[in-house]
Design a protein around this ligand. Structure first.
Ligand SMILES: Cc1cc2nc3c(=O)[nH]c(=O)nc-3n(C[C@H](O)[C@H](O)[C@H](O)COP(=O)(O)OP(=O)(O)OC[C@H]3O[C@@H](n4cnc5c(N)ncnc54)[C@H](O)[C@@H]3O)c2cc1C
Length: 412
């Protein structure tokens, strides 16, 4: 079966399957195409041979995913790594899916612009992987989710058909935004080959203020009510030893609060003064390039522990953490408050207690890493799951793409 596939492809594109293991599953074949036509050819051959395919970017997430039921072919997309078009005046960028976030950020920094995507391990994480995971980090409020930033994409459907929706410019009326549907589809609907994104101007000034806080400070709603309505670029609360991994001298308090201010210099100075009036002098203050490094390290923390539960909540101030404070006090926590995104780094002994304490509707469990899905979980409505399955089978009737959101894989 696989030999028929290999003969359909250029042998020079063969890669070592052992490098593409997911959990303990090793694919029978791995290929690293260098053009979109070769991606198309690989998918066409895989569909013909009824093989299960997993698209691979940098493998940051896949290395920790659960193995799919069928895993025959790893499709490594990292050779498609060109910047196709960069229009600084229009603030738009089109790049191939295998370009890393770090490479793209460096190209834009030279023109004072920013890529509105954040993902752990930016030097490895690819544009395609970040979009497919709809990944975000501590600045999600400023950047929006990836699906808010994508203008258009080229992709290969599971049968190899090459397609394109949206465009490369901001003003674009193009019918159904299927490129947005691909964001968060985790490689289960199509292979993203190229994407166009709206960019942001890099801020003139960046400042990070770092405060130690006690559990009582965190739970003190009145304290956060006096916090000025600053719209900080970042407002993250970290509990536990996690903060020790960051490139800043973390306070010894049980919690560390990071406030990020990004704007023109007078506005940042004004915001900083208001912040200090509300919270007192910070324990540490950074500015300039070291701030961007700190933001990336905070993003990397998502991957810092073997097990993670991720929740969303509409409560966007630190006292939202109150239900966790008396519970398993040593469990590390990271809360990106303005975006209402909470990561709890709890392993199996504490999972049931954490899930019960953060019960819906206030908190929704949206992701887990490094463990089997906890029970009970809040599954999407049956009707929604059925609709998703119909969309999936319309785009991939042969079931070639073996991954996809875990809800659709009989679990989380
Ligand atoms: C299942 C899962 C678990 C995650 N767990 C973590 C985690 O533990 N820690 C963490 O820091 N971040 C995690 N994330 C967030 C997000 O990982 C990453 O920041 C981003 O996906 C990394 O990019 P990558 O290129 O390394 O992606 P990869 O790990 O290579 O791929 C991630 C997903 O995207 C799909 N994919 C990759 N490229 C394409 C493409 N061009 N077209 C279509 N689909 C594609 C893959 O099939 C896979 O489902 C997770 C994401 C997923 C999907």
């Amino acid at each position: 079966m696989t030999s028929a596939l290999i003969s359909a492809l250029d042998p020079a594109r063969a890669a070592d399957p052992a490098r593409y293991a997911i959990a303990d599953a090793v694919p029978r074949v791995a290929v690293r195409p260098v053009t979109r036509e070769e991606v198309s050819e690989a998918l066409r051959a895989a569909t013909r041979e009824r093989l299960g395919v997993v698209p691979w970017g940098g493998g940051v997430a896949l290395a920790r995913d659960r193995a799919p039921e069928r895993y025959d072919l790893a499709l490594d997309l990292t050779a498609l790594d060109r910047i196709v078009e960069y229009e600084p005046e229009d603030m738009t960028l089109t790049a191939e899916c295998g370009a890393t976030l770090a490479t793209l950020a460096a190209a834009l920094a030279a023109r004072g612009q920013e890529l509105p995507l954040e993902a752990p391990r930016a030097a490895r994480a690819t544009l395609g992987g970040a979009l497919a995971a709809n990944a975000s980090g501590p600045r999600r409020l400023r950047f929006g989710a990836p699906r808010d930033r994508i203008l258009g994409a080229r992709y290969a459907l599971a049968d190899g058909t090459l397609a394109r929706t949206g465009g490369r410019v901001v003003k674009n009326v193009a019918g159904y935004a299927l490129h947005r549907l691909a964001c968060g589809s985790r490689g289960g609907l199509a292979v993203i080959l190229e994407a166009s994104l709206k960019l942001l101007p890099a801020p003139e000034t960046r400042v990070a203020l770092v405060f130690g806080a006690s559990a009582a400070d965190v739970a003190d709603g009145a304290r956060w009510a006096t916090f000025p309505r600053l719209e900080p670029a970042l407002f993250t609360v970290v509990r536990g030893a996690l903060a020790g991994a960051l490139p800043v001298a973390a306070p010894t308090a049980p919690f560390t609060v990071f406030v990020g201010l990004e704007d023109d210099a007078p506005r940042v100075a004004e915001q900083e003064a208001a912040c200090v009036r509300a919270l007192g002098d910070p324990d540490a203050r950074l500015e300039g390039e070291s701030v961007a490094a700190l933001w990336q390290s905070l993003t990397d923390l998502e991957d810092a522990a073997p097990a993670r539960l991720t929740f969303t909540t509409a409560d966007n101030t630190p006292e939202a953490l109150a239900p966790l404070l008396d519970l398993v006090p040593d469990v590390p926590v990271m809360f990106h408050a303005p975006a209402g995104r909470l990561h709890v780094f709890a392993g199996p002994p504490h999972v049931a207690a954490v899930v019960a304490a953060l019960a819906p509707p206030r908190f929704q469990l949206v992701d887990v890493a490094g463990m089997e899905p906890p029970e009970p979980i809040v599954a999407p409505q049956a009707a929604v799951l059925a609709l998703r399955a119909r969309i999936r089978s319309a785009l991939d009737p042969a079931g070639t793409l073996a991954l996809g959101p875990r809800w659709e894989r009989g679990g989380f």
